[in-house]
Design a protein around this ligand. Structure first.
Ligand code: ATP
Length: 373
């Protein structure tokens, strides 16, 4: 899948931009605060209908304007067509082939993309919540059944926690309806065990790809992903076995949950650990190794998407090279070259050995203007 060109009107610090892209590697060079990340953000927005930053849509409109437009031509194996997003202060519209899509979910998928940004280090160093969010958003994109189970589980958890919160204590003992609580438990167990089973399988696939990529970039490191579940089960467990263990642990924790008024067991407490040569990455790895790990996970995603959809997504790499040594930079560029259309930002050209990139398109970014090298 390729993005042939991009047009921006009043997007962030771009008043008006028209640019054609290479199908291989597009390098965006510029000093700080010139608009490199803004450009990747615009491409990501065209792909996903939202920003990858924690931004409100109206923040994306140029400060002196009332609306913004992002448009571009997509080229897939079978078709070429325009995509467009119009952002106004009151909302946004997404268009495929000049026709408005009423639902964002119908729009997404026209331009698949994977973005790696400096914040991705949080995947390795951050709290378990960051990793659960990553797992859920990636797997929900790949499996509608995963998304269904996830939404049902969230509802079941919300209902159960609301009930636990409302239980009254009289003379030091909780007054509650055993039958009703066990109905709530059954819902939680049904969807929770389905999620755990799916996570085992999808994490195994992600690990296989990530391990291959990580070895290709580092040449010597073996990356492993370790899925940690609550309830404690292993990858050989069937859904029935997971359900049984889940139920037992809920019953064991019941008094504690009644006292704390919240659900203490379930995949909303799961975590994912990354190991390099057997050592935990978050605690023992260097900055460069941590960055390579996070990058390997993102690059594994592009392989998974290729497997799912038959085409590579486009790849957006925001300031990825500065933390990697020359060798890792070379292996990374070798890995993506001739495979996936890439948009790469960097503060200086000396970060990159230009000779490593076959036929690159280089743009200098200065105050919202792009100049072709
Ligand atoms: N809505 C907006 N309208 C106009 N300018 C904006 C808007 N939002 C952000 N900017 C400006 O865009 C500029 C460029 O931001 P961007 O994040 O793209 O920088 P960058 O080139 O990636 O820099 P760095 O190398 O520091 O990450 C910033 O100076 C910011 O103030």
């Amino acid at each position: 899948m390729f993005l042939n060109n991009l047009r921006l009107v009043n997007f962030r610090n771009y008043k008006e931009l028209n640019v054609a892209f290479s199908h291989s590697i597009n390098v965006l060079i510029g000093n700080n605060a010139q608009g490199k990340t803004n450009l990747l953000e615009a491409i990501y927005f065209l792909s996903m209908g939202r920003s990858h930053r924690d931004s409100n849509d109206r923040d994306l409109i140029n400060w002196s304007a009332k609306s913004a437009v992002i448009s571009g031509e997509i080229e897939s194996r079978t078709a070429r067509y325009p995509l467009e997003v119009r952002i106004e202060k009151g909302g946004k519209r997404v268009l495929v082939n000049h026709l408005t899509e009423n639902r964002l979910s119908d729009y997404i998928g026209n331009l698949n993309s994977v973005l790696f940004a400096p914040e991705d280090l949080e995947l390795v160093k951050g709290s378990p919540g960051v990793r659960r969010k990553f797992i859920d958003s990636e797997f929900a994109q790949m499996s509608s059944n995963y998304l269904f189970n996830l939404l049902q589980y969230r509802n079941a958890l919300k209902d159960r926690n609301a009930y636990l919160k409302n239980i009254k204590w009289v003379a030091n003992s909780p007054k509650f309806d055993e039958t009703y609580l066990s109905v709530l438990d059954d819902q939680l167990i049904k969807f929770g065990s389905a999620i755990i089973l799916q996570r085992f399988s999808l994490i195994q696939t992600l690990e296989a790809y990530a391990r291959e990529v990580h070895l290709a970039i580092s040449k010597i490191e073996e990356l492993k992903l370790c899925y940690i579940t609550f309830p404690t089960v292993n990858e050989q467990s069937s859904q029935e076995e997971i359900s049984e263990i889940f139920k037992k642990q809920l019953l064991k924790n019941r008094n504690r949950e009644l006292f704390l008024k919240s659900t203490s067991v379930g995949p909303h407490h799961d975590d994912l650990k990354f190991l390099i040569n057997g050592k935990e990455v978050g605690s023992f790895a260097s900055q460069g190794q941590q960055r390579t790990t996070a990058l390997s996970i993102r690059l594994a995603e592009i392989e998974m998407m290729k497997f799912e959809t038959g085409e590579y997504p486009i790849l957006l790499l925001d300031d990825v090279l500065s933390e990697l040594d020359g060798k890792r930079q070379t292996q990374l560029l070798d890995f993506i070259q001739d495979k996936v259309q890439t948009f790469l930002t960097t503060a200086s050209l000396s970060d990159i050995d230009k000779g490593l990139i076959k036929d690159p398109k280089i743009y200098h970014v200065k105050d919202g203007v792009l100049i072709n090298d």
